[in-house]
Design a protein around this ligand. Structure first.
Ligand code: SF4
Ligand code: SF4
Length: 411
């Protein structure tokens, strides 16, 4: 697409990057067919091609308005459009750049501003979030039904083996996951321990930065990334084999550290190394199953079908489509067919809280698709999707590693 950036953007790193992305787009519109928000509203400006055009106009000098912001806000950031695009347009990165400009030029007011500030203040702070979640659980019977559905019940983590193997990998704890579902990392630790790998944590690490990044608070996001690089570095130098991430949304973020900190001379090389070492849990477990293949035990009691919800960050951002499904099938699970598996469930970071109407329509569609094969439970790979799906169904929703761990035969 022919693009002539306004002078104020032309010579900035973000402007140059956006210009390259815009020039790659041939405006064919293939991406609109797989965009969840375009399917809901039918408005071109709620699809990737229309949003690309809005961002292009803005970077060429047109003043953005509340309407520009409205349509960018309604984007899930699911990146389904990137998977579909035949020209390799990096829509997600362009949307980040566009949103940052809109955020500066069209200030938010009132409840919109307040709710974003609250989310940015609470979600990335594990202790504060855990305290508020504890209070929410205690008051759950008194809450309105819609709000009570958003407060997940406590899930015990179970025992977590102490590091005992020479082979070690770091594991990201993250921000909300330890409070909502501490059993996920505990299950990952148990499964990998049986496969000869010890997972270790860096206590100073925390939120991956995705929450603030998606709220366009770039300085806070970069600060979280730098803190994690510092927290992990000693163990990286000591030889950990990988940084395992059990939430695909966080994994997609950590994979971006190298790119987002490339202009920071104090962090660029280390951030690139961190991104290189980052692995989704499914990649690590699949390769450890390969190593252990001759001695693998048969999982017990997996005779009822399960449905797998593939998070957008797993299939569109990390490009690991089919990986978890293949792994589960290899272990003996029966997976149901799920139609429109490429579509977002409506969780999308803070989207379910900031765009509740669009989000709940996507949730209803997704739950109907997941329930169609009459599964016994729903498995997924991202804490955000897990909590969102669980808020709308009586079926148990859990991380796939929890199911693998539970069915692993006792030693
Ligand atoms: S982003 Fe890709 S699929 Fe969408 S209009 Fe541009 S070139 Fe076509
Ligand atoms: S990221 Fe998702 S919601 Fe946003 S334009 Fe692309 S497909 Fe549509």
């Amino acid at each position: 697409m022919q693009t002539r950036l306004a002078e104020e953007f032309r010579d900035t790193p973000a402007g140059r990057e956006a210009g390259d992305i815009l020039r790659a787009c041939v405006h064919c519109g293939f991406c609109t067919a797989t965009c969840p928000t375009y399917q809901l509203t039918g408005d071109e400006r709620d699809g990737p091609r229309g949003r690309i055009y809005l961002i292009k106009q803005m970077l060429e000098g047109t003043t953005p308005t509340a309407t520009t912001r409205h349509h960018l806000d309604r984007c899930l950031g699911c990146r389904s459009c990137e998977t579909t695009c035949p020209s390799g347009v990096r829509y997600g990165r362009l949307a980040d750049i566009g949103r940052a400009v809109v955020e500066q030029r069209v200030p938010r007011t009132g409840i919109d501003r307040l709710s974003r500030a609250l989310l940015a203040a609470v979600l990335p702070r594990p202790a504060l979030f855990a305290a508020l979640l504890g209070a929410g659980r205690a008051l759950r019977p008194l809450l309105p039904r819609a709000l009570a559905a958003k407060v997940p019940p406590a899930r015990p983590a179970g025992p977590c083996p102490a590091p005992r193997h020479a082979r070690r990998m770091l594991v990201l704890e993250g921000c909300v996951q330890p409070a909502i579902a501490p059993g996920i990392n505990a299950a990952a630790t148990r499964v990998l321990d049986r496969l000869g790998v010890s997972l270790v944590i860096a206590p100073a690490a925390g939120c991956c930065g995705a929450v603030t990044h998606h709220l366009s608070r770039e300085e806070a996001a970069l600060a979280a990334m730098r803190r994690n690089v510092d927290a992990w570095w000693a163990q990286i130098e000591a030889g950990v084999e990988a940084i395992v991430v059990t939430a695909s949304g966080c994994g997609a973020m950590v994979k971006e550290y190298g790119h987002l900190l490339a202009a920071d001379p104090a962090y660029a090389a280390r951030a690139a190394r961190v991104s290189e070492l980052a692995r989704d849990l499914s990649e690590v477990v699949a390769s450890e199953l390969d190593r252990a293949a001759p001695t693998l035990p048969r999982l017990a009691g997996i005779d009822t079908p399960v449905a797998f919800h593939a998070p957008c960050t797993l299939q569109h951002a990390l490009r690991l489509r089919g990986g978890v499904e293949g792994l589960l099938a290899r272990l003996g699970f029966t997976l149901t067919e799920v139609r429109d598996a490429h579509l977002c469930c409506g969780s999308a970071g803070t989207y379910s809280l900031l765009q509740p109407r669009m989000s709940s329509r996507l949730l209803d569609d997704k739950l109907a698709a997941l329930a169609a094969g009459a599964p016994e439970r729903i498995l997924t790979a991202n804490i955000g999707c897990l909590g969102h799906l669980q808020s709308g169904t009586a079926l148990t929703v859990e991380h796939w590693i929890e199911a693998v761990d539970r069915h692993w035969p006792a030693d």
